[in-house]
Ligand binder design. Structure first.
Ligand code: GAL
Length: 722
């Protein structure tokens, strides 16, 4: 538990006059809490899923320094807002974070509006997962624990009482060209990051996470949240979401065709049409479209498909949950539905119990929570309650909107946890400290470059992003999108608005008009999708091990290059390449491209996963390939276990593996062997299968208590690289 060394500091000379009284507590290794006044009752930390992993934090470097005095952090509680300022006198640093930002990567000099939001609003930082956390390349991270919507001035304000700085030569010789004038503006005000938090008038907790680099700062933040989530093994296979109006025969026909065509798939997602009423939700099966729904779910199970149901937490008057929740909901309705007062434990339990008894106990393995985000002001579809809405728990509508998706996840997860089952869901909004929650963020926005940037940005803040595929203008773009989705935390084809599967027609308008591709093209497309999904399946044991590392060490499976190579300035602006686990770097082709430039980080050489071509580190090169084949490079001196792809993951699936050895001195790696679906691993029921290769000598060591074998290691292959 919290090892609190509380130290009350009086307003010292170093602290600005306006700062509120504070308490500084060292909570654990490299984690400090600075409390100003009295924090609010509704924040992400108040609703955290689990305790921080202090013992794991203890394994990170000790005595890492923060490059400024913690007393320099100020909190000013004003009549309408709280203002938190953090020193940032770091002209040469880069700042990353603030959640699932679709627009910006290096955040220095920007103003962020950290609102949960259903649409992309430029570089403002409004997103499906805004997180008031950032890291600096000086090697630290800052988290401001709030469910308000902060404006953050990222090192762009200049206080008049700050000591004057020597004007730079450039500024002294200021001329009047537009470029020079604007350059001078940028050079000013780089001393602080300022969080302006309207609506907070009582106080706030600020957390500081030490490095020594951005990598450890992110690890500490995620471990403070409770460590990364552990998906069920089946969750890492392909998820296919069917047409909104699909009826049960159609779902079964499609499921069978996946097996006949041997396209790997582990989960079927049903969209709104499974319910009697969807906007808002009855959460009850439609007898018209799914007259034998239980038999259908059982049949899907028989074919080894899990079922995921679309919903949102706005409860329609016809729902069995309506009456019980009536007194546990907000003042306003959404689409006639109740807005669940999740902070009230009774409301959260009613919601969870209903899911457990009516759906999970009957074979449903996951849910997708739609429309739990905030609609942007110009959005005319009315899915938000007003932000002044009152709830019986006392939370106000503004805070509730920021927390709705996060609290939904916690409620649903509690139902699965009670049954000892893991889940792997989708959610359209979340916030800080979400790392332990096994849900992937998704969006209706669909810009390719933003989808890729979100994959990279998610890695700074404990979020999982699913760059789903819905349709595309060309065959090449369809395949490139599927390729990128296959190298994400979750692979998802969300074909909710097309009546025919994507391999029959990727063009939305044509698909809707049943104008399908010629048969040979359909087959060729299905074949490519099979190949791409097979590549993912071959990396499944590797990916599962990466998730375990996320849980144990806070290091996310998909990560920005700067988290891997924090000392290589060549990666500081790269938001279109990422690490996929420890050994692989992915550089997706954008849109319909089959060529792109790739930066190879300086630390080591890189070997093309498909061609074995070797690229020296520290270089930038143009690479080509077939659309759908995401350029993938293996870091030299890695071991990469590659499995024979399976079509689906069952409880007793055993993977046949070839361990590929790249370089002469590869680092050992550990696969994780367990039942893949319960929480028994938390009680030690798992094995580490440690793979090592030393001068041609192969070593496989199994450590742990799991009595079964999940991995059969059949071959080792030394790959030289040409
Ligand atoms: C959207 C959601 C889509 C799909 C659709 C169904 O709001 O983002 O993924 O589920 O609703 O109506």
């Amino acid at each position: 538990m919290f090892n609190v060394i509380a130290l009350i500091l009086a307003l010292a000379g170093a602290v600005e006059e306006s700062s509120a009284p504070r308490t500084v507590s060292e909570l654990g290794n490299g984690v400090w809490q600075i409390r100003f006044g009295t924090p609010e009752a509704f924040t992400p930390n108040v609703f955290r899923e689990c305790e921080p992993r202090w013992e794991a934090l203890d394994r990170l470097p000790k005595d890492a320094l923060i490059p400024f005095d913690l007393n320099g952090i100020t909190g000013d509680i004003r009549a309408s807002r709280t203002v938190v300022s953090i020193p940032c006198d770091e002209p040469d640093s880069h700042i990353y974070g603030f959640g699932l930002d679709p627009g910006a990567f290096d955040q220095k000099g920007l103003r962020k509006w950290l609102s949960v939001c259903a649409s992309v609003v430029g570089k403002t930082g409004a997103s499906h997962g805004p997180v008031p956390f950032y890291v600096s390349t000086r090697g630290y991270g800052i988290y401001v624990d709030t469910a308000r919507v902060p404006f953050v001035h990222v090192a762009r304000l200049a206080r008049k009482d700050a000591p004057a700085r020597e004007p730079s030569a450039d500024q002294a010789a200021l001329s009047t060209s537009e470029k020079e004038l604007y350059a001078a503006c940028k050079a000013q005000g780089t001393r602080q990051v300022v969080f302006d938090i309207p609506g907070n008038t009582s106080g706030i907790d600020v957390y500081v996470f030490a490095g020594p680099t951005v990598r450890e700062a992110v690890q500490r933040f995620n471990l403070f949240a409770g460590g990364g989530c552990m998906p069920p093994l089946w969750g890492l296979g392909l998820k296919y979401r069917t047409h909104s109006n699909a009826m049960e025969e159609e779902v079964l026909r499609l499921a069978k065709s996946f097996r006949e065509m041997k396209i790997p798939c582990d989960m079927f997602g049903l969209e709104p049409g499974w319910q009697t009423h969807a906007y808002s939700c009855s959460l009850a099966w439609s007898g018209e479209r799914f007259p034998h729904h239980q038999a259908m779910v059982d049949q899907l199970w028989g074919m080894n498909f899990r079922v995921n149901l679309w919903e949102h937490a706005y409860i329609h008057p016809t729902s069995p949950l309506f009456a019980p929740l009536k007194d546990h909901s907000g003042e306003y309705l959404v689409w006639e539905g109740l807005v669940v007062d999740f902070p009230d434990p009774a409301a959260s339990k009613l919601f969870a119990d209903y899911h457990e008894n009516e759906l999970i106990n009957k074979g449903i393995s996951a849910f997708k929570a739609d429309e739990c985000d905030r609609q942007f002001i110009d959005d005319t579809t009315p899915f938000n309650y007003p932000y002044f809405t009152k709830f019986p728990s006392g939370i106000d509508g503004d805070q509730m909107t920021q927390l709705y998706g996060y609290l939904y996840q916690r409620s649903i997860l509690s139902a699965f946890k009670k049954k000892g089952l893991r889940t792997w869901g989708d959610v359209r909004a979340t916030t800080a400290l979400a790392a332990p929650l096994p849900f992937n963020l998704y969006s209706d926005a669909y810009e390719f470059d933003q989808y890729l940037r979100q994959l990279v940005n998610a890695s700074f803040c404990g979020l999982l992003w699913s760059p789903e595929v819905r349709e595309a203008g060309t065959r090449e773009e369809t395949l490139n999108r599927i390729g990128m989705s296959s190298l994400a935390p979750q692979m998802c084809l969300n074909i909710w608005f097309m009546p025919h599967p994507i391999w029959e027609q990727y063009n939305r308008a044509k698909n809707e008009k049943h104008d399908l591709l010629p048969k040979e093209e359909q087959q060729a497309m299905a074949g490519r999708i099979r190949d791409i999904a097979n590549l993912r399946m071959s990396l499944l044991p590797y990916l599962y091990a990466c998730f375990f590392r996320y849980r144990e060490e806070g290091l996310p499976p998909v990560r920005a290059l700067v988290l891997e190579f924090p000392n290589d300035p060549g990666v500081y602006f790269i938001d279109d390449q990422y690490m996929y686990g420890d050994a692989l770097m992915a550089a997706p082709f954008l849109r319909a491209a089959h060529e792109r430039s790739v930066y190879f980080p300086a630390d080591c050489a890189w070997i093309d996963f498909r061609t074995n071509k070797k690229y020296p580190g520290g270089t930038k090169q143009t690479v080509q390939g077939d659309p759908g084949d995401v350029p993938l490079f293996v870091k030299e001196n890695s071991l990469l276990p590659v499995a024979t792809p399976v079509e689906r993951v069952a409880r007793d699936t055993i993977f046949d593996l070839t361990v590929c050895v790249y370089g002469d001195t590869p680092a050992p790696m550990a696969l994780i062997e367990d039942d893949g679906e319960t929480y028994n691993y938390e009680r030690g029921q798992f094995n580490r299968v440690i793979l090592a290769w030393e001068k041609g000598k192969i070593m496989v060591t199994r450590e742990g208590n799991f009595p079964e074998t999940r991995y059969r290691i059949n071959a080792w292959k030394k790959i030289q690289g040409e």
